[in-house]
Design a protein around this ligand. Structure first.
Ligand code: AR6
Length: 166
């Protein structure tokens, strides 16, 4: 199942939310800042012992003061024009986050629009990659519930269209 939501991902009441982090995993702006603020200091303490995360990979922590039990931290690619493997790396973020969720027995997961803020990945292309990767994954894991949390109107309108086409 795929569902679309508009707004702040930190209010998600399912099992896991995905964080669009940076490779230090020590917090930042955008959705990362919002998640750390809502989760509280415990999240940062746990992130400190993870040793960072490479672009395209994912790591999991508890959710602390969030309603979601877990946070899956993934590091999206910085957009550098498109010929530096950005598309493959973004697809890996979605795949590795979903794979980690399966390994932990998580059945509901919410994604932000990874890389489309501070990392400047073009929204249309990022949306297509996100939807396509999740749709493919759900063929093999039909019991998983995936929520796309779109913060800005442009992404929300884009995902409404992309999900109708799929
Ligand atoms: N809930 C859901 N989506 C949000 C929220 C929120 N509370 N706040 C922003 N967004 P960004 P990136 C959307 O910049 O591009 C951080 O500093 C936002 O509108 O958060 O992957 C990290 O530490 C956009 O569509 O992440 C990294 O250094 C999407 O989330 C860097 O930013 C992603 O925007 C990562 O950049």
């Amino acid at each position: 199942m795929i569902a679309l939501r508009q707004g702040d991902i930190t209010i998600f009441e399912g099992e896991a939310i995905v964080n669009a982090a940076n490779s230090s995993l020590l917090g930042g702006g955008g959705v990362d800042g919002a998640i750390h603020k809502s989760a509280g200091k415990g999240l940062l303490e746990e992130c400190k012992i993870l040793g960072g995360c490479k672009t395209g990979e994912a790591k999991i922590t508890r959710g602390y003061n969030l309603k979601a039990q877990f946070v899956i931290h993934t590091v999206g690619p910085v957009w550098q024009g498109g010929s530096w493997g950005e598309a493959e790396l973004l697809a890996s973020c979605y795949k590795n986050s979903l794979q980690l969720a399966v390994e932990k027995g998580i059945k509901s997961i919410a994604f932000p629009n990874i890389s489309t803020g501070i990392y400047r990945f073009p929204k249309e292309e990022a949306g297509k990659i996100a939807v396509q990767t999740v749709v493919e994954f759900l063929h093999k894991h039909p019991d998983m519930e995936v929520y796309f949390y779109c913060f800005d109107r442009e992404n929300y309108a884009l995902y409404s269209r992309l999900l109708k086409e799929n």
